[in-house]
Ligand binder design. Structure first.
Ligand code: SF4
Length: 337
C-alpha cells in the first residue's frame, strides 16, 4: 500500500503536511478532453540525444520509478511529484483523433514519433483504454516511423501493428538485472525478467528492439551493465544506450532520497549519495543541463568505457543523433519538457 507523499510543489503556495500517518493513496483517473494537440516537441538528451517529437496519451505513471524525470511535469498540473504522479493519472481519450488531424497537416515533414517521455505508453490503464494502440493504428495509416520506450510487456499486444509500421524500434528501459536490485527504485514495474521475455517476443517477430540502461545510479548498478547487455543480446536486441541518474528538480531529489531511506540500508544509501555527490561536484543535482547525463570522475569514465567495450563486443549499435527538422517546428506543440 502506498501512503500519500508529495514534496512541496514549487508552483503551489500550499502543501499538505500530515499530523501522524498519511492516508493511503488511491488510483484516480482524470479524462482530459480539452487537449488540442498531442504531438509535443521535446528535447531529450536521455534517448538518442536531441529534438524528438513525442506522443503521450497519459500523464503520470503508476509504475512509480523513484528516479523518473517526468515527475516534474505533474507539478505543472498542480499535483505533487511524489505519489500524486503515481496515482493521479490523466488520460487523453481523444489522442488518436488529434494525432490523425495533426499528421494530416505535417506527415510529409515528420521524421519520427516517439511514444514516451511523460509516461510509459503501456502503463496498466492502456490495457483498457487502448489509446497507444489506436495511435499506432494512425501511425500505420500515415506510415510514420515510430519509436517506443517502455517497461511493460503489454507492448507485445500490439505486435500486429508494430510489424506494419514503416520503421519501428521498441526500447525497454532496464537499468537493473534482477528484481531485488530493481525493487527499491522501480517498485511497481514489471520485473526485469518479464521485460526480457517481451523483448524476445518482439525480436522474434522481426521488430527492432533495444535496451536503455538508464539510469545508471553511481555506486549501485554499474556492475549490472555487462549482464544487462548480454541478456538483451540474447533476447535479440540490436541497440543500446546508457545514461547517468539525473535528479532534475528539488522535488524529484527529495522523493528519490526519501524512498532510498525507506527501502535500502543506511550503508547502501550513504554509498549511493556519496558516490553521486563525487560525480556532481558536491551535490546530488547536476550543475548544468549539459552535465546531466554524465559524471565528472574517472570512475564514470571507467563505467562509460565498460559500456562501450561490451556494446562493441556484442555488436550493438549505439544511437545516431537525429537532426532537428526545423520545417515542422511551427506545426507542433512547443515543448512541455
Ligand atoms: S515507467 Fe517510465 S514513465 Fe513510468 S515512472 Fe518509470 S521511468 Fe517514469
Amino acid at each position: 500500500m502506498r501512503q500519500i507523499t508529495n514534496p512541496p510543489n514549487p508552483y503551489s503556495q500550499y502543501s499538505a503536511e500530515y499530523v501522524g500517518e498519511p492516508p493511503p493513496t488511491k488510483l484516480e483517473v482524470f479524462e482530459e478532453t480539452a487537449t488540442r494537440k498531442v504531438i509535443t516537441k521535446a528535447f531529450a538528451s536521455d534517448w538518442e540525444g536531441g529534438w524528438r517529437y513525442t506522443v503521450n496519451c497519459y500523464r503520470g505513471c503508476i509504475h512509480g520509478c523513484t528516479y523518473c524525470f517526468a515527475r516534474q511535469y505533474h507539478e505543472y498540473l498542480g499535483y505533487g511529484a511524489g505519489t500524486d504522479f503515481e496515482t493521479k493519472i490523466v488520460v487523453k481519450p481523444n489522442a488518436p483523433q488529434l494525432l490523425r488531424q495533426e499528421l494530416k497537416k505535417c506527415r510529409d515533414k515528420m521524421p519520427h514519433l516517439d511514444f514516451s517521455f511523460a509516461t510509459d505508453p503501456y502503463l496498466p490503464l492502456e490495457a483498457s483504454y487502448e489509446l497507444t494502440r489506436k495511435c499506432l493504428e494512425v501511425c500505420v495509416d500515415f506510415q510514420v516511423p515510430v519509436a517506443v520506450i517502455t517497461k511493460a510487456p503489454l507492448v507485445t499486444r500490439d505486435i500486429d501493428l508494430l510489424k506494419n509500421l514503416k520503421k519501428v524500434s521498441v526500447f525497454f528501459s532496464m537499468p537493473f538485472l534482477t528484481k531485488e536490485k530493481s525493487n527499491p527504485f522501480e517498485p511497481y514495474t514489471p520485473v526485469p525478467e518479464a521485460r526480457f521475455r517481451a523483448m524476445k517476443m518482439l525480436s522474434d517477430e522481426g521488430i527492432m528492439t533495444g535496451i536503455g540502461i538508464a539510469p545508471v545510479i553511481p555506486g549501485y548498478n554499474e556492475p549490472d551493465i555487462p549482464g544487462l547487455l548480454e541478456r538483451a543480446k540474447g533476447c535479440g536486441a540490436t541497440r543500446a544506450f546508457m545514461s547517468m541518474l539525473h535528479l532534475d528538480t528539488d522535488s524529484i531529489e527529495a522523493y528519490f532520497v526519501q524512498k532510498m531511506h525507506e527501502r535500502l540500508s543506511p550503508t547502501r544509501v550513504s554509498k549511493i549519495v556519496n558516490t553521486m555527490k563525487r560525480e556532481r561536484g558536491g551535490t546530488l543535482r547536476h550543475a548544468t543541463y549539459k552535465e546531466r547525463m554524465t559524471g565528472r570522475t574517472e570512475q564514470w569514465e571507467v563505467t562509460q568505457k565498460m559500456f562501450d567495450f561490451h556494446v562493441r563486443r556484442l555488436g550493438f549499435r549505439q544511437h545516431e543523433k537525429p537532426a532537428e527538422p526545423e520545417a515542422i517546428s511551427a506545426l507542433v506543440q512547443p515543448s512541455l519538457f
